[in-house]
Design a protein around this ligand. Structure first.
Ligand SMILES: Nc1nc2c(ncn2[C@@H]2O[C@H](COP(=O)(O)OP(=O)(O)OP(=O)(O)O)[C@@H](O)[C@H]2O)c(=O)[nH]1
Ligand SMILES: [Mg+2]
Length: 409
């Protein structure tokens, strides 16, 4: 923490206590303001009234009221807001407040009024950790726009992957020093490799936590794809009309469902067509479905869904269910919706969320947050011996190697 810079580029004193908003700018339910330095505990005690008594311990979640500081002109801060404060270490705290700009800026203003120096999130990333893993996770965290993706990035900022890798190095090293423990060493290596493979299984999703999930609506013309998109996002993004072939291109809308950032795409109705523009639209619909995390295959009563899509996940929807009799409706196995009234759309959103959450790791699990980390864990999963695995783990963390540390000692 000795080489931090002030916002104007001057080097700050090594004793400075710094504050930075480390969550991304944009829609987010919760924002995180980090406070770090020798005066952090004193400043937190000045601004924050915990709901329960007792000393702060690292890793705790302390609810309470943010009452801020009385300003130099004698005015008191705004009315208290409920926040969560998490001590990370004796010198580091996180304040989790409402994600709106006013609430976040108020916390930051109180911290600086109490003596902290404000720095940008990128300056914070540069100095947050001696481990490259944590610095990379901090950088991704600044770009996450929903609470659910930020929680996974935040766990890595707190060191979940870094701790796993350090622990694996220690385990492999401890057993490699004794020849008698050769078989146990093989067990340790197998365990580390399995854990690396488990981390890599989620890499497809965890390496793009700052990107929305791709959900694509496909189906024959006129079944109500555009109407469903509008019902999901809550405004008329797409033109809807009782003419088959209304949508020609792929249209996108960004939304958040159950804390998941989602880019939902509407596509041209798929049918055999000789019309060049429509054919191009249909080809683009197939491409979009091929790259989707989730395909919603829409049909209407009497119109079969014959198309097959090689998507990771698929939800079938029967729209225009208002045209079914009660008996027909109860005999239908797929999800029924009426896009024009919103009926069934809530259930469709629940299924979208359940399907996508299924591809995400539990929040407290180590994850590879970028391609460098994903490549590294993939190689660890294939390591031929403990020596190679150790080298790869060290390059993942980017700490000096054990051999280097021993020769330094
Ligand atoms: N009765 C009824 N009509 C619907 C429903 N959903 C959509 N419609 C109507 O069906 C017509 C076609 O809807 P769109 O949303 O444009 O259908 P689409 O699948 O996007 O059509 P293309 O873009 O041509 O592929 C419009 O007139 C809508 O108002 C529904 O659930 N019930
Ligand atoms: Mg359409």
């Amino acid at each position: 923490m000795d080489n931090a810079f002030l916002s104007d580029g001057r080097t700050r004193s090594p004793q400075a206590t710094v504050a930075a908003v480390i969550t991304g700018v944009g829609r987010s339910a919760v924002a995180v303001v980090s406070l770090c330095g020798p005066r952090a505990a004193e400043i937190i005690q000045r601004c924050f009234g915990p709901a329960t008594n007792g000393d702060f311990c690292p890793g705790q979640i302390r609810y309470g009221v943010w009452h801020g500081v009385t300003r130099g002109n004698g005015t008191a801060g705004a009315a208290g807001e409920s926040v969560v404060v998490t001590p990370i270490g004796s010198l580091d705290f996180e304040v989790h407040c409402h994600g709106g700009r006013a609430a976040t800026m108020r916390v930051l203003a109180d911290l600086t009024a109490a003596g902290a120096v404000e720095i940008s999130s990128s300056q914070y990333c540069d100095q947050a950790s001696s481990s490259r893993i944590v610095a990379e996770a901090t950088e991704v965290l600044t770009r996450c726009v929903t609470a659910r993706t930020a929680a996974i990035a935040m766990a890595q900022v707190r060191g979940v992957l870094c701790n796993w890798a350090s622990d694996a190095i220690v385990r492999l090293h401890a057993h490699s020093v004794s020849k008698d423990l050769a078989s146990e060493n093989t067990c340790q290596l197998d365990e580390v490799k399995q854990q690396a493979a488990a981390i890599h299984r989620f890499a497809d999703v965890t390496t793009r936590l700052d990107q929305p999930f791709r959900v694509v609506l496909v189906g024959p013309p006129n079944v109500g794809k555009s109407s469903l998109l509008n019902a999901i996002v809550g405004y008329n993004r797409s033109i809807t009309m009782d003419i088959a072939g209304t949508t020609r291109d792929v249209l996108h809308a960004e939304t958040v469902i159950d804390g998941l950032p989602i880019r939902i795409s509407d596509t041209a109705g798929i049918r055999v067509s000789n019309e060049p523009i429509e054919r191009e639209g249909i080809s683009r619909a197939h491409d979009a479905a091929g790259q989707a995390d989730l395909v919603i295959r829409v049909s209407e009563p009497g119109v079969p869904t014959s198309d097959k899509f090689a998507a990771t996940a698929l939800i079938d929807v029967l729209n225009k269910a208002d045209r079914l009799s009660e008996t027909e409706r109860s005999a239908t196995k797929v999800l029924c919706t009426v896009a024009t009234t919103g009926e069934g759309v809530g259930e469709l959103m629940r299924r979208i969320s359940a399907s996508l959450i299924g591809v995400m790791p539990p929040v407290d699990q180590p994850v590879a947050i970028n391609n460098r980390q994903a490549k590294c864990v993939a190689e660890i999963a294939e390591a031929v011996d403990a020596h190679q695995a150790t080298r790869l783990l060290e390059s993942l963390i980017d700490f000096p190697s054990i051999d280097q540390r021993e020769s330094d000692d």
